[in-house]
Design a protein around this ligand. Sequence first.
Ligand SMILES: *[C@@H]1O[C@H](CO)[C@@H](O)[C@H](O)[C@H]1NC(C)=O
Ligand SMILES: *[C@@H]1O[C@H](CO)[C@@H](O)[C@H](O)[C@H]1NC(C)=O
Ligand SMILES: *[C@@H]1O[C@H](CO)[C@@H](O)[C@H](O)[C@H]1NC(C)=O
Length: 436
Amino acid sequence: MVIERNIGYIMVTANGGMNQQRVAVCNAVVLARLLNSTLVVPRFLYSSVWKDVSQFSDIYQEDHFINYMTPDIHIVKELPDNLQSLDLEAIGSVVTDADINKEAMPRFYLKNILPILIKNKVVHFLGFGNRLAFDPLSFELQRLRCRCNFHALRFVPKIQETGALLLQRLRQKEGYAGPLDKHLVGSYAESTMKEKKARSTKAAKYLSVHLRFEIDMVAHSLCQFGGGKEEKEELEAYRAVHFPALSLLQKTTKLPSPEDLRSEGLCPLTPEEAVLMLAALGFKRKTKIFVAGSQIYGGNKRLTALTSLYPNLVTKEKLLSTTELEPFMNFSSQLAALDFIGCTASDAFAMTDSGSQLSSLVSGYRIYYGGGRMPTIRPNKRRLASIFSRNNTIEWRIFEIRVRKAVRQTKHVLTRPRGRSVYRYPRCKECMCWTG
Ligand SMILES: *[C@@H]1O[C@H](CO)[C@@H](O)[C@H](O)[C@H]1NC(C)=O
Ligand SMILES: *[C@@H]1O[C@H](CO)[C@@H](O)[C@H](O)[C@H]1NC(C)=O
Ligand SMILES: *[C@@H]1O[C@H](CO)[C@@H](O)[C@H](O)[C@H]1NC(C)=O
């Protein structure tokens, strides 16, 4: 049911990394429908943090996106010529994130954005990070989010092909496709299926872990990670450059101490803590572990600490050759797509930070396509912190019991709680039809 009346054109230039951009794209689809407007294929903002010039068509199959969404909204590749010459800034058609609250309600857009569209025929959203509410939203609009995220966004062949190679090496087996593979790597999953000797050996199972421990998050947390003076100075310098407001606040206000933050569970889990958690959950030394999130603060030194406990721990950099990775270098979003594929297809997925967008999207994808057989491991950071910060020596057996209580290991597919993300909790009537 394509709309007949076209009020205007919606442009979006999404900020953040690949996963934030994915959310922005699907929210923009909803907005185009809400405002009876045509969507211009979204653009991605170049940022000094992500340093990636990739555009929509470098990550996703553009024609598939347009065709798949066509029954619901019109999408065009470019703004019509007569609108291209407009100075959008000057006519008041540029809307930044400072103009919109996080998770703004549809009525905000009807009241504030619709008049601009009617007057100027075009609105350009700059940033658009998480700017549309999850509830209340009409059935029809919520459903569009689901169609967009789970069906319309397919990775381009370049990413699919290398993603398929990554999965093949993780499982140490050719000619096998996991239950989610075809949704992630398309026909490359089938082409490996057709190879000979398909059922001669069993595919190796693997656990994927998203270690959210990049410097931006580490610095922003205001926590300490046992690196002493050097670490403190390095993080302070990083904050001064990248989070000047926070840096200033630190000097002028009394903020919670690193110890308080830690005991409140507000500090990111270090890679070492993540590994201890996995050991306590019973993952054996020989477990194959795929670690996503390559720019770990502390770098290889920290990763080496992990491989001593889990020698079969690998990253995409380890599994793919320099030649295979070369076409992706300098494109952090395309590299993030490979991590997304590696995590989503895994036999079990563990996150260290439930607030991360990658973990959220991966969990949702595993729910949507996993048929209730794709477990996700999610720690309660506050409880874990209290276990880790105990001074007195604690017996391993007791440690195990406590950690297991602090971690949710579940295949159970929760119904979406009100107000929560459809991308993270797709089990709702607008998204997954089944209720079992
Ligand atoms: C969009 O179109 C529908 C159906 O024609 C109509 O009910 C709705 O009021 C329109 N919305 C706007 C913002 O024009
Ligand atoms: C990545 O960017 C750096 C600096 O801009 C450049 O020197 C290097 O050649 C690029 N690498 C690839 C593989 O394009
Ligand atoms: C750890 O031990 C020190 C010295 O015994 C004590 O001051 C501190 O409060 C203890 N911390 C915790 C979290 O138990």
